[in-house]
Unconditional design. Structure first.
Lengths: 512, 384
């Protein structure tokens, strides 16, 4: 078969001490196709792409471009071969303009002087050709995340790259922006560019990809044509077993109001204005209330205000009938608030502490874990061992494992175990499944629903609309620090939510 | 409980790689020192140079060893001071200033108030604590970097103490004939730390039970850090301030407490030295901070901030420093020992790197590979 492969990675093996990150993986990219690379966290997607990008040298295997073997010994070589990448976390200079960012590193020069107009012409041409509208003179710090991504894409195009790698590009986008990105990708395909699309969102693969290569635990499971496969099939290949997508849950049995927020205002740090402006809502026992919205619309600050990480400048918070507006973080925890934080590395864990020390992070001072100021190590160990077993937290050495060495999914499981086992009245879960694979997501969703069924109040903050629709009993949409709408997931659509999230629509006051 | 055994093995391996890394630093430092000796005077470099440094205090036993012990006691304390702050994520470069204040506190209580030695020691710790607390307060409430504040407070402390003691030659603690403070032994013998026979054993009045007090302090610090909820909080704040706050730990309080305790440790160290016979404060030597404070940084680094390790690193640094003082001055400058310890200290910055390499080597030789979360999960799955 003389197929027209633009890039071939054949039998790539890359080992790190103690683990084979890639084990005999083969990936062949056809000219002019969208090729998805699917796999759980830790399956070896990033390693494989790093090999292609010249960041790692494989122990075995060859890389071919247009049928000729190449040695990609550093990223510059990758660049020369026309391989470009949009990283998950953008690599842009915030205080530079769009144009400056695009030409950075390949500035057109004449006798040492910049030829900005030449660059501008090319950028404008490219953005018109592919429908990537951006203002070349805007500063990166002033434009939206979606726009920033376009700048990253333009960077690749400006360098005449023909192999475009997208690393989890949709994580930061609204539904509307995702649709646009898909359209842009189709446009590239038409122009004969080849796209590698790293993701673990099956819907997007089904929507835009031609073929998909699945990795599991470092091994290439296979490459399938999207036309001949289903979501279920793909997820089975990825996880190695059947995965349930729809969350199984009984109708909510509403209890009393557990959390009551009235007119809460929280200051912001990015800009001078308040990040949360006069927000009011209730969460009752036995329901999951979901706070939806695009990143940066005040959800983070709302949670900070709620959990005490940030001082509330106005309004009142009541937890189970008790005013906690000015209570300390520990007091709120004692009063029955659990918090699964947005950033598990920054807030959720002391990464260089052992797992057992992390398991008692909020409770080490309780009489059961200490006596006269001395930590009762056996009690901590016993407690930690129980949580590990009960919540199936997997780690190299059990309780003494350093949290840093654990996989993201298991770190998150540890946090969830800790927070749920506190038997809280209110569980505040912020993006509990961010960056996790479907297996872990399934598990975490089940735990959250179980908490609800136990009569706990759950406030879920999520950027993933699928998660919002699947899990919540009630949806509140936040836009620019305010709650702009309240919805019943059974009667609303993702598109409708998207309009509110983008600020195009707004309900009347009083979403309570 | 093979699991427990495995865990113990892991911990031991980590410990041993730290020790090995420190030893590599020491070895390279000694080698460079040897080269320097050869360059200065090749003829006598080995027997009259290098061997004497290696022999340290044993060259003039028992007097030399006594001297090593005398010097080690305060060095352990300043090392502990720095190490303790490190554990909380703070860099206490102000140990020298806290030490200075501690010396003042001890001498004031001894020379003026004629208080018993243990009260004087407590006073030295108290004075040091105050000097440590101030940068801590600045750090906690105004977010001013403790490095900057404590460097400034080093000098503020030094000039202040010198000024009070000297007072243009009229200070009541100042002996104009010796240009130093009065000898504690003459003015207030009760303020001297008891020797319990150590002085006789080592033929020097300056060797006292101070070394045991320092070792006890090191053990106490270790217990606080490893066994108590307070230590748990301190380390949590040091490793991840945000997570500590999330967990309801008052990180401001912990920062202040940590600096206060670090200051107390350094001040106590000065007490141990100045309440042993044979050490007086010289207020005219006003341009330099006590080296003990900065050497504390070195000992803490060499010990990888481990309180128990600090005992050994202090003993070692004192050992070669004393060895350096026995060098024949017509061939070598005594500072050669400082050079060696300087190189060792410099290499301590690379100790982390060495540790990484050594750990890798150890892992490669061990039966079980570095058990990453992934393979562990795999075995579990297969077991189902």
């Amino acid at each position: 078969m003389a197929e027209d492969f633009v890039i071939e990675m054949l039998h790539i093996t890359k080992e790190f001490p103690g683990i084979k990150a890639n084990d005999d993986v083969t990936l062949q990219l056809r000219r002019g196709e969208v090729h998805a690379l699917l796999g759980e966290n830790g399956a070896g997607k990033s390693t494989l792409m790093s090999v292609l990008f010249g960041l790692y040298q494989p122990e075995q295997g060859v890389i071919k471009k247009n049928g000729k073997e190449v040695n990609i010994k550093d990223p510059n070589v990758a660049n020369d071969l026309g391989i470009g990448m949009v990283h998950q976390h953008f690599k842009l200079v915030e205080c530079f303009s769009v144009l400056d960012n695009i030409m950075l590193g390949v500035e057109p020069c004449k006798a040492g002087f910049l030829q900005k107009e030449v660059a501008r012409k090319k950028v404008v041409e490219l953005s018109e050709k592919y429908g990537l509208r951006v203002d070349p003179d805007a500063l990166i710090s002033d434009i939206s995340v979606g726009m920033q991504q376009r700048v990253e894409i333009l960077k690749m195009l400006y360098r005449d790259n023909e192999i475009l790698i997208f690393d989890e590009p949709t994580a930061v986008l609204t539904p509307q922006e995702i649709d646009e990105l898909m359209e842009i990708m189709r446009g590239f395909k038409k122009e004969g560019k080849s796209i590698l699309f790293i993701t673990h969102k099956l819907n997007e693969i089904m929507a835009v990809a031609d073929r998909c290569t699945v990795l599991r635990k470092g091994k290439g499971i296979g490459t399938v044509d999207i036309a001949n496969t289903t979501k279920e099939e793909l997820s089975r290949m990825m996880v190695g077993r059947d995965v349930q997508f729809a969350v199984d849950k009984a109708p909510a049995k509403l209890g009393d109001v557990v959390l009551s927020v009235r007119d809460m205002t929280v200051p912001g740090h990015v800009h001078k204005k308040d990040a949360v402006r006069g927000v009011s809502f209730d969460v009752r026992g036995g329901e999951i209330v979901c706070l939806a919205g695009i990143e940066g619309n005040g959800q983070t600050e709302l949670v900070y205000g709620l959990t005490g990480l940030e001082k509330v400048t106005h309004g009142t918070l009541t937890l189970d009938g008790k005013d906690i507006t000015h209570a300390s973080i520990r007091q709120r925890s004692k009063d029955g608030m659990s918090h699964i934080p947005e950033d598990r590395h920054k807030y959720g864990l002391v990464l260089d502490y052992s797992l057992e020390n992390n398991m008692v992070l909020q409770r080490y001072w309780e009489p059961q874990f200490q006596k006269g100021g001395f930590i009762n190590k056996p009690a901590v160990r016993e407690y930690s061992d129980r949580l590990i077993k009960q919540y199936d937290v997997r780690s190299g050495q059990g309780s003494v494992t350093i949290a840093r060495s654990m996989s993201g999914g298991n770190q998150q499981k540890a946090i969830i175990a800790r927070e749920i086992d506190k038997d809280p009245k209110l569980l505040v879960a912020v993006q509990p499944t961010r960056g996790l694979d479907v297996g872990a997501i399934e598990y975490i969703h089940k735990q959250i629903v179980a908490e609800r069924d136990r009569g706990k109040a759950v406030l879920l903050v999520s950027l993933e609309l699928d998660e919002v629709m699947n899990l919540s009993d009630r949806i509140l949409v936040m836009y620019e620090g305010e709650i702009v709408g309240e919805f019943d997931p059974k009667t609303t659509t993702v598109q409708e939510l998207g309009l509110y999230m983008a600020g195009a629509k707004k309900q009347g006051k009083g979403a309570q | 409980m093979s699991g427990n055994k495995k865990q113990l093995g892991m911990a031991l391996r980590q410990k041993s790689s730290s020790v090995l890394a420190a030893l590599v630093c020491i070895l390279i430092g000694l080698l460079v020192g040897l080269v320097a000796l050869f360059i200065i005077n090749a003829e006598h470099a080995w027997d009259q140079g290098f061997l004497r440094i290696i022999q340290g205090g044993f060259y003039d036993f028992p007097y030399g060893v006594g001297k090593t012990l005398t010097n080690s006691a305060p060095l352990i304390m300043t090392g502990l001071s720095v190490a303790f702050a490190f554990k909380t994520g703070l860099f206490n470069i102000g140990a020298a200033g806290q030490y200075t204040l501690g010396a003042f506190g001890a001498l004031y209580c001894a020379l003026i108030l004629n208080l018993p030695w243990y009260v004087c020691l407590l006073a030295s710790a108290l004075f040091g604590a105050v000097w440590g607390a101030i940068p801590g307060i600045f750090k906690a409430y105004l977010n001013i970097n403790e490095v900057i504040t404590s460097i400034m407070f080093n000098w503020i402390g030094l000039y202040m103490v010198n000024e009070i003691i000297y007072a243009r030659g009229t200070g009541i603690m100042y002996d104009a004939n010796n240009t130093r403070t009065w000898k504690v032994a003459d003015r207030s013998p009760g303020s001297l730390i008891p020797s319990c026979g150590m002085s006789d054993l080592f033929h020097t009045p300056s060797t006292t039970i101070a070394i045991f007090l320092a070792i006890a302090a090191a053990i106490l610090v270790w217990v606080i850090l490893e066994k108590t909820t307070f230590g748990y909080e301190l380390k949590a704040v040091g490793l991840n301030k945000n997570a500590a706050r999330y967990a309801g730990i008052n990180e401001k309080k912990n920062i202040i407490l940590s600096m206060t305790i670090a200051g107390a440790l350094a001040g106590f160290g000065a007490g141990l030295l100045y309440l042993s016979a044979g050490a007086e404060w010289n207020p005219l030597n006003s341009t330099s901070l006590p080296a003990m404070g900065f050497n504390g940084i070195a000992t803490a680094l060499l010990a990888a901030s481990n309180p128990i390790g600090t005992i050994f690193s202090s003993l070692f640094i004192s050992h070669i420093t004393v060895g350096g003082s026995f060098l024949p001055t017509r061939y070598f400058p005594t500072e050669i020992a400082d050079l060696i310890s300087g190189i060792i200290i410099y290499l301590c910055a690379f100790a982390m790197l060495f540790r990484g390499v050594i750990e890798k080597k150890l892992h490669a030789n061990a039966d079980t590979p570095d058990a990453n979360a992934e393979p562990a999960a795999q075995t579990k799955k297969e077991g189902k």
